[in-house]
Design a protein around this ligand. Structure first.
Ligand code: RIB
Ligand code: CA
Length: 304
């Protein structure tokens, strides 16, 4: 029985790899891909999502475009993905914006039992869906969120991870919403670093050339921006939690989102004192990097 999911995403190099992994894994019934502005504009993230599905020969998976900007703030885009959001490939296909991601998320959740939401970008679409139809969104089985930094520094400011930083008001709505929530933060992602040679194993598959074309600038940009010479796998690791939870350590936390701070905007403020009693989210604190790398590459090599 495949796991029914919606992937909400802002492709983005690591989003692109996460979508490839989710599709190739064969374990998900991907009801839709919904796009959000974050790594790049909504036009680019939607164009890029369509491009990746075409590469995978899975244009049967519907793409619904969503929010062009955060709930309240102006959009602050990422730098490591380049102007197009997929530097190295820079897709030229049409975006074909539908501007109906929020309504489609609500519709799919209403029509299906046990939907899992996998969020790989800012939480704007999800927050808007909650605000529009709370009763429907309570039907969501679980939400698996790439975001946050619990016991490590941020990657967008000293304390905040990018997805939460871009739309902290949306994150605040989602983190306070009473559905089962999982968080894959920087704590679990920082140490899982791939190099170009790791992708060499894909030689001979139709994904090899486009992935190498993407990973070269992605690695260079991360080195310039974060001083790490590697491809960071934030979003693929988020999908990987659903693929192989047995190699992940999970701990319950009570986390609040900093929406007011100037220096701390977007901080995921975890209650770390031993007085912790109330939990609102399950945090994936560690993921076995070697297991991920093996399963990730082997899955991308698979033909479907
Ligand atoms: O902080 C990493 C997250 O921000 C990833 O989802 C990446 O794609 C960017 O959106
Ligand atoms: Ca992303």
């Amino acid at each position: 029985m495949k796991t029914p999911i919606i992937i909400d995403t802002d492709p983005g190099h690591d989003d692109a790899l996460a979508i490839m992994f989710a599709v190739k894994s064969g374990i998900f019934d991907i009801k839709a891909i919904t796009t959000v502005a974050g790594n790049s504009t909504i036009e680019n993230t939607t164009r890029n999502a369509r491009y990746i599905l075409k590469l995978l020969n899975r244009e049967d998976i519907p793409v619904y475009s969503g929010s062009a900007k955060p709930l309240v703030r102006e959009l602050i885009k990422a730098v490591v993905h380049g102007e197009s959001g997929l530097e190295g490939i820079d897709p030229k296909n049409e975006s074909n914006l539908t501007n109906d991601a929020v309504d489609k998320i609500i519709k799919i959740v209403k029509e299906n039992k046990d939907i899992t939401l996998v969020t790989l970008g800012p939480l704007t679409n999800i927050a808007r869906a909650i605000e529009k139809d709370k009763e429907a969104m309570k039907r969501v089985k679980q939400i698996v969120i790439m975001g946050g930094a619990i016991k490590v520094p941020g990657n967008k400011n000293r304390v905040a991870e990018f997805n939460i930083f871009v739309d902290p008001d949306a994150a605040n709505i989602v983190f306070n919403f009473p559905i089962k929530k999982f968080l894959v933060p920087l704590d679990a992602c920082n140490n899982v670093q791939l190099q170009l040679e790791d992708f060499e194993k894909l030689k001979g598959t139709n994904l090899f050339e486009p992935i190498v074309a993407m990973m070269k600038p992605y690695i260079q940009n991360i080195f310039k921006d974060e001083g790490i010479k590697a491809a960071l796998m934030y979003d693929p690791l988020t999908v990987y939690y659903l693929f192989n939870p047995s190699v992940c350590n999970v701990k319950e936390y009570d986390i609040k989102i900093e929406t007011k701070g100037e220096l701390t905007r977007g901080m995921t403020v975890a209650e770390l004192r031993n007085s912790q009693k109330d939990y609102n989210i399950s945090v994936i604190e560690t993921i076995n990097g070697e297991s991920f790398k093996k399963d990730f590459i082997n899955t991308l090599r698979k033909y479907h």
